[in-house]
Design a protein around this ligand. Structure first.
Ligand code: URA
Length: 209
């Protein structure tokens, strides 16, 4: 069973409060989402492998560590996922970024991929899939399936707010994928919005409401 990591860092919780606030405007919303993504990236990368090295300080040689150069990739799900990418890249600037866009077929209700551009060596990379609002979990689960079909082995899912329904679906379909979220909310409403959530993340990020 995949692990669910819900963050409890005071800075993340503080910023999330203002992200949720309906009075927060587009500029501040965007900045706060980026900042929370950066703070979350710090924790999500906690298990990156290190290798030993030696560094010469002005005083003496010191045994030291550097990240071992494991290949990482970020895959935001369009469009709200874009809002968290720059925050993660502040801490992992060398990560490659792929994009996946999905829509729900109105008849079959199944997610259909309408856009997918990934690093050519995606199958060799550990990926962080970014879906800020894990609502039903349909898009995230489908995106992860598409990535696995392309040979990706190691995937983490990064969200801002998750609903129990979305967590359950991803854990059922992808028990190997750990989920990282800044908050686990109460439920989904009849329109598929997370309650209390923050509204439509894409609209609030891009000012399209
Ligand atoms: N997508 C959003 O942007 N908000 C929700 O509450 C659910 C899905």
């Amino acid at each position: 069973m995949s692990k669910l990591h819900v963050f409890d860092h005071p800075l993340i919780l503080h910023k999330l409060t203002y992200i949720r606030d309906e009075l927060t405007g587009t500029k501040e919303f965007r900045e706060l989402v980026e900042e929370v993504a950066m703070l979350m990236a710090y924790e999500i990368t906690r298990d990156l492998p290190l290798q030993e090295t030696v560094v010469k300080t002005p005083v003496a040689e010191a045994k030291a560590s550097v990240i071992s150069g494991k290949k990482l990739g970020l895959v935001p799900i369009l469009r709200a996922g874009l809002g968290m990418v720059d925050g993660v890249l502040k801490l992992i600037p060398a990560a490659k970024v792929g994009h996946i866009g999905l829509y729900r077929d109105p008849e079959s209700l199944q997610p259909v991929e309408y856009y997918c551009k990934l690093p050519t060596d995606v199958h060799e990379r550990d990926l962080i899939v970014i879906d800020p609002m894990l609502a039903t979990g349909g898009s995230a689960a489908a995106a992860i399936t598409f990535l696995k079909q392309r040979g990706v082995k190691n995937i983490k899912l990064m969200c801002l707010i998750a609903a129990p329904e979305g967590v359950a679906r991803v854990q059922r379909e992808h028990p190997d994928v750990d989920i990282y979220t800044a908050a686990l909310d109460e439920k989904l409403n009849d329109h598929g919005y997370i309650v209390p959530g923050l509204g439509d993340a894409g609209d609030r990020l891009f000012g399209t409401k």
